[in-house]
Design a binder for this molecule. Structure first.
Ligand SMILES: Cc1ncc(COP(=O)(O)O)c(C=O)c1O
Length: 477
């Protein structure tokens, strides 16, 4: 059996993996082409795009997803943490149906919003008062805007690489479509460097926004001393400390900040707390949040047609009262810890590392410790794509960038299967096992992506099937 030694022909392996992906998904390909006629790149949420054309899901239940070509996956992505309850939790679906029965878009305060607010305020020590938005992005924009008003200062300090929404993204230093706030960059977990940045910019800094565990930036936990330093410095410099817990609130019943023993001035929430529907929230110290009290003479406006939409509010209440017990959340995060330990055992020999905390896991093709996003700069993105495609082939869906977020529906057996799939892929690709026939043939023929204008357009021969994902075309009727 021919094997490819080393990584010299990674491009060829990737080409073959993309080809196999494409060949199995003719319906996905056609729908993508149709969408491209009316949407730029056929896409409306950048993170979901991947080559050669993105997956298109037809339906989901529990922890399972089926794409439009009828291929089933174990969902290890959990909608980037928003899908904590899985795709069809009965108590949540019942609550949404009951809310629907009472009518949509009522243009009034409703019976759910006060209940959801009470649940959140009782749950998170940082929240005296809370308000709702439609997304985590909006929640962070509102929190930063509030900090700017109360401090009278213009700028916000963030960690390099941090992600706080589509308008507050600091990978590569900052996205061109960011909201036009003045920003100051810090290096995550660099205690003395960040302290110096805060002190040097104190007179113009309204807020520091940080995740206790960087999520999108690679699942990188803060050093407890880093968060303690941020709390101490911001308090003494009159800067608002905002914890973006859109993802990390799932890491303990009281949120990640509380688990670190640090209470911010403001906290933002999102994702799963809306039960799987569009959601965001921001809140914090009473004297700050009271600025939005409409009865105050100088009340700040906070608008949003769907801020209190009945479906999200009802789903959020059902999730917190009927599904997410403290025990369930603790067990979810313990399962994540166990999974990360096992992943590290199987990936380390192949030059990978598993990062994160609790139910949030990052898989990275690097061999050194990852304590800040900059540590991932030398990761070979082709390896990420190859693992992503290999796992799809084996029936497991995680983010293209190597992100995993467990849902409550994921079982130990699912975790076992996922760890095995990761191990098998990395072993196979490292030459410990026979590599894909197509890649081997291409390698022998000297065919590579350089011969075609785009890797996905290059022609490769038929390949062995070797598919483990089950075919569920029948459920698509
Ligand atoms: C930490 C963090 N903040 C904010 C957001 C933005 O939330 P949304 O996508 O609901 O706007 C995200 C989304 O992934 C996030 O991970």
């Amino acid at each position: 059996m021919t094997t490819i030694a080393g990584r010299a022909d990674l491009d060829v392996e990737l080409l073959a993996a993309r080809q196999r992906y494409a060949e199995r998904r003719p319906v996905t390909a056609r729908m993508h082409e149709e969408a491209r006629e009316v949407m730029p790149g056929g896409n409306t949420r950048t993170v979901l795009y991947h080559g050669p054309f993105p997956l298109r899901m037809a339906r989901g239940w529990g922890s399972r997803l089926v794409d439009v070509d009828g291929i089933e996956y174990v969902d290890m992505l959990g909608e980037y943490t928003a899908g904590l309850y899985g795709h069809s939790q009965a108590a949540i679906l019942d609550a949404v149906r009951a809310a629907m029965d009472d009518g949509l878009s009522l243009a009034g305060h409703n019976v759910y919003e006060g209940r959801l607010a009470r649940l959140l305020v009782d749950r998170y020590p940082a929240l005296d008062l809370v308000r709702f938005t439609n997304s985590g992005t909006e929640a962070n924009l509102m929190a930063v805007s509030l900090a700017r008003v109360v401090t009278g200062r213009p700028a916000v300090a963030v960690a390099y690489g941090g992600y706080h929404g589509g308008l507050l993204y600091f990978g590569g230093g900052g996205s061109p479509v960011n909201a036009p706030y003045e920003t100051v960059l810090m290096t995550f977990n660099d205690i003395e460097g960040s302290r110096a940045v805060l002190r040097a910019n104190a007179d113009r800094l309204a807020a520091v926004v940080v995740e206790p565990v960087l999520g999108s930036a690679g699942c990188i936990p803060a050093d407890p001393a880093y968060l303690a330093m941020l709390r101490e410095e911001t308090a003494s410099l009159g800067i608002m400390l905002i914890f973006d817990e859109v993802m990390t609130s799932r890491l303990s019943p009281e949120g990640a900040g509380a688990a670190y023993g640090v209470t911010p001035d403001l906290m933002t929430l999102g994702k799963y707390l809306g039960g799987g529907l569009s959601f965001g929230a921001f809140g914090g110290r009473a004297e700050l949040m009271r600025r939005f009290d409409p009865t105050a003479p100088d009340a700040l406006p906070h608008a949003g047609t769907f801020n209190n939409n009945v479906l999200t509010m009802a789903a959020g209440v059902a999730g917190l009262t009927k599904v997410l017990s403290d025990e369930a959340l603790l067990e979810l995060n313990a399962r994540g810890e166990r999974m990360r330990d096992r992943l590290n055992e199987v990936v380390a020999p192949h030059g990978w590392i598993a990062t994160g905390r609790g139910s949030m896991v990052g898989l990275h093709p690097v061999t050194h410790p990852v304590t800040r996003p900059e540590d991932l700069a030398d990761a070979d993105d082709r390896l990420r794509e190859l693992l992503f495609l290999d796992l799809l082939e084996r029936g497991y869906y995680m983010a293209r960038r190597g992100f995993v977020a467990l849902s409550l529906e994921i079982t130990d057996a699912d975790v076992d299967g996922f760890v095995d799939a990761v191990r098998d892929s990395l072993r196979e690709r490292s030459g410990e096992r026979p590599v894909d026939r197509v890649a081997a043939d291409l390698f022998e023929q000297g065919v590579g992506p350089a011969e075609g204008p785009r890797a996905e357009e290059a022609t490769v021969g038929r390949h062995r099937a070797g598919m483990r994902a089950r075919d569920h075309r029948s459920v698509l009727k």
